[in-house]
Design a protein around this ligand. Structure first.
Ligand SMILES: Cc1cc2nc3c(=O)[nH]c(=O)nc-3n(C[C@H](O)[C@H](O)[C@H](O)COP(=O)(O)O)c2cc1C
Length: 139
């Protein structure tokens, strides 16, 4: 089985009034479908954008990203990496989640993510380091 890690960033199209409900819906769907397909990963959300790491078997990742790509809740998707990897980083997480809020803004800030500089603008290495840091902070 070939294990793949895909990373993308996108611009959020969620409007503030629906944001909480829509984020909960996205996570509920993501976790249900990912668990069925043995997809794991991390979703980061800021008011303006998303960045997501998806890990799993190549076919499952291609199929999952195909659905995510056409989701109208975001746009301007930038595919940053799609690489074969030896092991998963987020084993056990059908989709971990971290949001830019009062608790996490310090960590996001360390990686240059602020209300002015959104997450969808960040390069791959920054996103991977940020995800690792956020994952450490929650365990
Ligand atoms: C930012 C974002 C992240 C998402 N992450 C996932 C995910 O990890 N896995 C997944 O199956 N769907 C994810 N979705 C939801 C899919 O886009 C889609 O709504 C879902 O897979 C259901 O597809 P369907 O409506 O074609 O059945 C995400 C959507 C958004 C906007």
């Amino acid at each position: 089985m070939s294990l793949v890690r895909l990373v993308y960033a996108s611009r959020s199209r969620l409007v503030e009034a629906d944001r909480r409900v829509e984020l909960a819906r996205i996570l509920e769907t993501a976790r249900r479908l990912n668990a069925e397909r043995h997809v794991t990963g991390f979703l980061m959300a800021t008011p303006g954008g998303f960045a997501q790491i998806l890990e799993g078997e190549a076919g499952s990742i291609a199929e999952t990203y195909g659905r995510i790509m056409v989701d109208p809740r975001h746009d301007n998707l930038r595919l940053l990496a799609q690489d074969a990897v030896a092991q998963r980083q987020f084993t056990g997480w059908a989709m971990a989640f971290a949001e830019h809020n009062e608790t996490t803004q310090f960590i996001f800030g360390l990686y240059g993510v602020s209300p002015e500089t959104d997450i969808f603008e960040q390069p791959l290495d920054v996103l991977l380091d940020l995800a690792g840091e956020l994952a450490n902070a929650r365990t």
